[in-house]
Design a binder for this molecule. Structure first.
Ligand code: SF4
Length: 461
């Protein structure tokens, strides 16, 4: 049976077990990708993915431009105020779509589309219409396609919303992060609540069926009290879902974050925990279900339903309700995924454009999963999504005796069982209600690459 999804938080358990770790939006994590895959084998990977009976498609478009940099940002962005950049980028994106689509089975339906960034609404409305036309020209979009767009309320007009609606978008994710003006000043992102309200009004009027809000805790000047007020402000908007992320301070990867070390003291681990606890308490009191990790959803939302019925899936955007889709991603730094391959595009505009100009798929890195990688991915996704390890079901799915093959890993779970994070029964192990915030920590026990990457990951809470 699936555990209820809004248990009380056991702070002592989190204090004891929360250590830095991957978010498992993929396994192996992107840190394992290598430059060894030649374009020819990548073409083979796409053609293998066309096999009869292949599942639906998911498309991702990385639209990287932002007018100014938020100092906490961990995304791959290009900061510019030149609107012509969007037109130029779209020209290259058209080349990439044409190069890729001609290798793909045109009969496969697209079940999911996501515009991420950067700021997709940096693109003027007519450029978004052009991108929509490109998608519909090259792909068979399912009538019930889940089409989501990351929206920056500071860069949104009613015409943007109309353009997105015209091309089929039906979901939006709004970056709000924190509504406190002092925090906004400290992180270089001024965003009055009136802009959030206006964005919600326009999107609701246009019939967007599910609106998500992104918040971040662990930023400079935030306290549990101030973050509680942010939650109150956001609840007045009545979002369908919320993602409440812990700020990942990785200045060795994102040099803009160094400014926080120079100007401010970041909240302590204990304060971060207090912020997460207060956010979770307020959201669950307001009727949202804790879907897992940092996701919350209204009980009527598809994501909450999937979580309750064991139907969650996980992809590069986080939790999803759509299963089995091969992911084809376009634009700089984007990551594509088939059943046993990953490929990641060049991260800079010049490298990405140069590959396209030469007529190549603009892929810098890739990875082909071994059988063992695929088995461990199944186990880790079972923990992250179903919150259970059913020994017989896993043995059947993996083609090995699960308990014998992974006896060493299972042997490391003793403390987690004793402390009530996991519960053993006749058929397997289930994550308990207090254990839900520690999903990543449990999954890490089955990660074959973790020791090598231990220093690279962000805090689990
Ligand atoms: S947080 Fe969003 S708007 Fe800010 S720099 Fe990053 S991608 Fe751009």
């Amino acid at each position: 049976m699936m555990p209820a999804l809004s248990p009380a938080l056991d702070l002592d358990l989190i204090r004891k077990y929360a250590v830095p770790g991957p978010r498992y939006t993929s396994y192996p994590p992107a840190t394992q990708f290598t430059t060894e895959l030649a374009p020819l084998s990548l073409q083979d990977a796409i053609q293998e993915d066309n096999a009869p009976g292949a599942g639906p498609l998911s498309l991702y478009f990385h639209l990287p431009f932002c007018e100014s940099r938020c100092w906490f940002c961990g995304c791959n962005t290009v900061i510019t105020r030149r609107r012509e950049s969007a037109d130029d980028y779209l020209g290259w994106l058209i080349r990439e779509v044409r190069l890729t689509a001609r290798l793909m089975d045109p009969q496969r339906q697209v079940a999911q589309i996501h515009f991420g960034g950067g700021t997709p609404t940096f693109f003027p409305p007519d450029e978004l219409r052009r991108l929509g036309a490109l998608i519909h020209e090259h792909f068979l979009v399912a009538p019930d396609c889940e089409f989501s767009v990351e929206v920056d309320p500071r860069r949104l007009t009613r015409d943007h919303v109309h353009a997105l609606q015209e091309i089929g978008a039906n979901r939006a994710s709004l970056g709000i992060q924190d509504t406190n003006p002092a925090v906004q000043l400290a992180v270089h992102r001024i965003q009055p609540q009136a802009q959030n309200q206006q964005a919600f009004t326009w999107l609701r009027e246009a019939g967007f069926s599910s609106i998500n809000v992104d918040l971040i805790y662990g930023l400079p000047l935030q306290t549990a009290d101030s973050f509680a007020r942010t939650i109150d402000d956001v609840l007045t908007l009545d979002p369908d879902r919320l993602s409440v992320f812990g700020y990942a301070h990785v200045p060795w990867i994102k040099p803009a974050q160094k400014i926080f070390d120079q100007k401010h003291t970041l909240p302590s681990a204990e304060n971060r925990l207090a912020m997460f606890a207060v956010a979770r308490e307020k959201l669950t009191e307001a009727g949202y279900l804790d879907v897992g990790l940092d996701h919350f959803a209204k009980p009527g939302d598809e994501l909450a339903g999937a979580a309750l019925s064991g139907g969650l899936h996980r992809n590069f955007q986080g939790y999803s309700t759509r299963a089995g889709a091969s992911l084809y991603a376009f634009g700089i730094s984007s990551i594509s995924q088939t059943a046993d391959t990953f490929r990641q595009n060049f991260k800079t505009l010049p490298e990405w454009q140069a590959a396209l100009a030469a007529g190549h798929l603009p892929v810098e890195k890739g990875y082909r999963l071994s059988i063992e990688d695929q088995r461990r991915r199944t186990i880790i996704m079972s923990i992250m999504c179903a919150r259970r390890l059913d020994f017989a079901a896993l043995s059947a799915e993996l083609g090995v005796d699960f308990e014998c093959t992974y006896a060493a890993e299972l042997g490391t779970l003793g403390d987690l069982i004793t402390d009530g994070v996991l519960q053993r029964d006749a058929t397997g192990l289930s994550v308990t209600e207090p254990g839900l915030p520690l999903l990543r920590v449990i999954a890490m026990k089955f990660d074959a690459y973790l020791r090598r990457d231990a220093q690279r990951h962000s805090k689990t809470i």
